[in-house]
Design a protein around this ligand. Structure first.
Ligand SMILES: [Fe+2]
Ligand SMILES: [Fe+2]
Length: 192
C-alpha cells in the first residue's frame, strides 16, 4: 500500500467511512419500507449490495485489526461476528424468497432491528476503541479497502454506473460478498 501524500487523498478514515455506511444502510431500509408493494425490488437490491460491501469490509479490515490490536479484542470481535452471522442468514433467506414474498416486510423489520443493534454495538465497543488506539494515518490506510468496496455499491441508481455495478455485484448475497472480498484484498495489497 502506498503511504505517499495522504493529504492529497479524499477523506478515507476507516471509522468515519463505516459509520457513514451505517447511516446509508438505515436510509436504504427506509427506502425499502416506503416503496409501494411490488416495487421494493430495486431498493432491496441496493440494500443487499451495501450490506454485502459493508459487512465484508468490516470482516476483512476492521475485525482483524481489532482482534490483533485491542485489549479484549478477540471477544469483542466474536460477539460482532455472531451478530453478523444471524443477520446474513436472514438476508440470504429474504433474497431467496424475493421482495414480493408474503412475510417479507416482517422479516425486513426483524433484519433492520438486528442490523441496527449490531451497528450500535460496533460503534460502541469496537470502533470507539479503534479510534483511541490508532493514528489518523493508520485509519486512512485501513480506509482504502473500504473505499474500493464502497465503489461497488452505489446507494442511488446512477445512469451509466448502474450497469457496470450490476456486472460486478450479482447473484446471492454470499456471491456478492465473495466478489467484494476479492476487491478489498486487491486494494489492500493482499493477493494471496
Ligand atoms: Fe458489522
Ligand atoms: Fe457495521
Amino acid at each position: 500500500m502506498t503511504k505517499t501524500a495522504p493529504e492529497r487523498m479524499q477523506e478515507t478514515d476507516v471509522i468515519e467511512l463505516l459509520i457513514a455506511q451505517h447511516g446509508m444502510i438505515r436510509n436504504l431500509f427506509d427506502e425499502v419500507e416506503q416503496a409501494p408493494p411490488g416495487q421494493r425490488g430495486d431498493a432491496f437490491t441496493r440494500l443487499v449490495r451495501l450490506l454485502a460491501v459493508h459487512e465484508t469490509a468490516e470482516e476483512e479490515i476492521v475485525h482483524p485489526y481489532a482482534r490483533a490490536k485491542l485489549d479484549g479484542g478477540a471477544g469483542v470481535v466474536e460477539d460482532r461476528l455472531e451478530e453478523e452471522h444471524e443477520a446474513k442468514k436472514l438476508l440470504q433467506e429474504m433474497d431467496q424468497e424475493g421482495p414480493d414474498a408474503p412475510g417479507f416486510m416482517d422479516k425486513l423489520l426483524t433484519l433492520r432491528a438486528a442490523v441496527e443493534a449490531h451497528a450500535r454495538a460496533e460503534e460502541r465497543y469496537e470502533f470507539a476503541k479503534i479510534v483511541q488506539h490508532t493514528t489518523e494515518a493508520e485509519r486512512r490506510a485501513l480506509g482504502a479497502g473500504v473505499k474500493a468496496a464502497e465503489a461497488m455499491a452505489p446507494t442511488h441508481p446512477h445512469p451509466g454506473t448502474e450497469s457496470a455495478t450490476k456486472n460486478i455485484l450479482v447473484g446471492t448475497p454470499v456471491a456478492m460478498m465473495d466478489r467484494v472480498r476479492d476487491v478489498i484484498r486487491q486494494a489492500m495489497g493482499k493477493k494471496d
